[in-house]
Design a protein around this ligand. Sequence first.
Ligand code: SF4
Ligand code: SF4
Length: 439
Amino acid sequence: MGLLTFKGGIHPDDGKRFSKDQAIRPIVPKGDLVYPLSQHIGAPANPVVKKGDHVLKGQKIAEAGGYVSAPVYSAVSGKVKGLEQRFTPTGNRAECIVIENDGAYEEMLYDPVRPVEQMSSDEILAKIGEAGVVGMGGAGFPTKVKLSPKEPDKIEYIIANCAECEPYITADYRRMLENTEELVSGMRVVLSLFPNAKGIFAVEDNKKDCIEKLEQAVMEEPRMDVKALATKYPQGAERQLIYAVTKRAINSSMLPADAGCIVDNVETLIAIHTAVVEGKPLLERVVTVSGDDVESPGNFLVPLGTNHRELIEAAGGFKADPEKLISGGPMMGFAMVSLDAPVTKTSSAILAFKEDIVSKNPETACINCGRCVEVCPSRIIPSRLADYARRHDEESFVAMNGLECVECGSCSYVCPAKRQLKQAIGSMRKTALANKRKK
Ligand code: SF4
Ligand code: SF4
């Protein structure tokens, strides 16, 4: 059987050679830890500590601010310095709880856990919600809400997004190799909520070692399977992944559950295992530190709240002053304006590059070559949509399916005129979505 895939997409240099063979190393932060109250989609969390309080590692410092929200926990013991405006990795300033790390790592005593088989669905969901688990692939949607569709019996596929198609990032790759059992255990927990679902680990075929390891691990799991995907960007985008695995198409007005699917990424499934099987809150994640300007690229287990500067130090520092810093992958990540931003629940990587190639290639006029149309996985017309966006013609933009853009950046990548198509379409799309919600 051929490899599962979707139409369109690109094959950029994956850059994974820098860090893929580096085993996960823990980071022990020395400086202050910073926790944005909004590290997820939905209402910001509400602080439950005040300046001067002493906190333990694993102690809740902010509670969920509503149904679609998530609590936040301190990953170190120390003293609450206060509530301050700080930079986040996306370049925005946001309200954050700042903890002065006392270096003692004195940890909470957690409630004893019961075997998953003895827990009801409501108990399992409550544990996931209370642990602060959100989509850690970048979306940050509270996982408890995602795992609570209206009709759980109609969910047929739980898809573990093991594609990791973004260039340079190897955090999920290392997790699949080094934490296979925890990953499979997370899938087992999710499957216990959906009696009619099958668990699929969907892995790009450039990670053959992960496919083999997972196949071994699910050999005795009748409800789980491993599927190889073609190696192509953006194979891990939710809609493209669902299509590749099930041949079911969803659009921007639908949820994966409408196609009988739920998609969780690798780090999220491991966090589900930690929450339900180990009874511990979300305190850490694996982050890749890479790029041609990093002395010793690697993959690090990082306590949430750790300053990105400490990650760069752990990777041996910069070779020279980087022209470009990115939080996340080069295709869908955010240009960082300051290294002094904390690792959050959705931080998968920090990349440092000697050159900012994009800013050195000025845009020129469209030559109507059609390449952007060929690669667009959403089957829309990027060149035309970018024109509508520049003219602020929202009506035409929506009529031409601009809302279907998944902001993958494939169009900008192939454009010989170096047009910033994704940026133009992405910003118009956000405006159009906000206006749609208002209506
Ligand atoms: S228009 Fe959107 S979905 Fe299509 S290639 Fe460009 S960024 Fe990707
Ligand atoms: S790829 Fe660039 S130059 Fe070619 S049609 Fe699209 S916008 Fe125009």
